[in-house]
Structures are given as C-alpha cells and as structure tokens.
Design a binder for this molecule. Sequence first.
Ligand SMILES: [Fe+2]
Length: 317
Amino acid sequence: MVNEDHILKSDETEIPNMLTIEPGADLSVPEVQRTAIDTLESGGVIYLPKGGFELSKQERALILDTANILTRVPDIENGKPTIIFDPKRGRIKKYHYAQIHGKMMRAQIKDSARSDLEAIMARYGKWAENVITQLFPCYQQALDRKRVTYRPFSRNSTQALHIDSSYGYPTQGRSMLRVFTNINPVDRVRVWQLGEPFEPFVERFLPAVQVREPSWFFVMLVRLGIIDGAKTKYDQYIAALRTLGMRDKEYQESAPRKLMEFPAGSSWIAITDLVLHGAISGQHSLDQTFYLPVEAMNNPLRSPLRILERLTGETLA
Ligand SMILES: [Fe+2]
C-alpha cells in the first residue's frame, strides 16, 4: 500500500523522501496517515499515481486546444502566465500578471470558457481539501485554503531549483502546503527536479541575506488592500533565499537533485517553502495552496519557520 521508493532517476540518495500511496489505498488508515505526515513534515513529497481528480470528456476537449480558452498564447514556453482562482470569491482573478522576459503578461480568458474553467478550479479545490482532510485530519482545523492555480501553458524550459515564496500573499510564518495534479488531456508527463533538504540550502545562502524594512510602496499596497496582509521577517527571508538560490548559476548547475515524472492523472503533495523544486516540462496542471500554521504540525521544529529561527537566532513571525 505504501511504497517509499518511487524514484525515477537519482544522483544523490539523500534527497528527498518520496512516499507513494497506491491507487485504492484508504487514506484514513492510521499507518498511511502517520507515514504521510512524517514524509510531508520532513520535506518529502507524497505521490498519488492515480489521485482521483478527473476532468469530464467535455472539459478535456475544452482545454485540449488552448485557443478554446485563451485569447493569446505566449511565444516563450515557460509555463506562464498562470490562472488564479479565489475559492472564497468563487472567481478567477482578473488581473494576475506574470513577468515574462521583462514584459508583464496575464492569461486572457475567453468569455465563452470562463465559467467552465471556474467550475473545474472550484471542483479541484474541494477535491484537494477532501484529500488533505482524509490524509491529515490533525491539520484540518488550522488549515487556511487559499488559491487554486491552473497552468494552461506549456513549459519547455527548466525552472531553477527554489523554495516557494508568497509574493503578494504573505504567509506570516505559516507553511505552504500544496496539492498538485497533472490534468494534461493527451497524457503528457509533468517533470520536476527536486533538490537538497531545506537546512543545507539555507545554511549556504543565509550569510548573503539582507532583510530590509518594507518599502513605502509595499506598505501602501497593504493599506489599500491590494496585497493580502503585511510581510513578516519570515516572508522576507524566504523571498531573499529563493532569489539568491535561483540566481546562483553555479549552485543551479551543481546542486544535488532528483528528477521526478508525474504522469497525467497523478497528484503530489508537498510543503513547497520547505522542499526545493523546479518544474522542467509539462502542460496543464492544477494546484491548491493551503497555509499551514506551524503549531498545527506534528513536529513544529521541522517547519521552515522554526528551522530559520534556529539558524538566524531571531523571531521571524
Ligand atoms: Fe515553486
């Protein structure tokens, strides 16, 4: 039922722990829950080869050609821009921009496809919540369900190894627990690279981190409600570490990594500000982000917040 050795390629044995939960396994069995929580909190990835989230025939036909859903396809295949759905409002965010080679772009959705996409993303969010509730009942009360992300564009360029930072959505010390699913309608795999554990990564880049007070512009955006809450030092450290790691060419070339292929129909779960990762290729994935307070974890000392606090000697959230 539980297989801890699902690895396609490995040049380093230490990274990261991968737990496969076979199709049909009962997620509410205590042994499965215990192993899953241990994998997740120690910076591993939980892999569900057949997660169970499916598109209908009509939905598959809809996304098969991105021209059905979007007015324009970017000429650079880096998987951006993404589409963001806010479960609290039940709507796709209209103005979500991504920087693509210096230009700000957003996915412009055709009016004819908007409600179908919103229905897929709403259903996905509920499905992901159900999986998390079964697998981690102890988190249930504390989790805050945030955005659903859909990536309709193809990626054919490797994303640098990184930890996720929250940008306009500060976590204020909470972890980002994300459930991903490859929904590619023509069975294209999604390929990721997975890096070393969080602590050696932080130790390498921490001496170069400079945390500044938030700019007046940022403070204004928070006051106007454009940005979702104030950044804490935790958010700033995570953002700085992410940037330093991504920009370090030598690190990106030589850092230990594993490749992982996620077939269409599969799902995977990770704490993405704890797990170093980067997408390599694929098209059409969904993910649901939850914020997880460290106090809700089985072992809060394994959270990125507490690890960073130990390494910096500061209170960060
Ligand atoms: Fe990421």
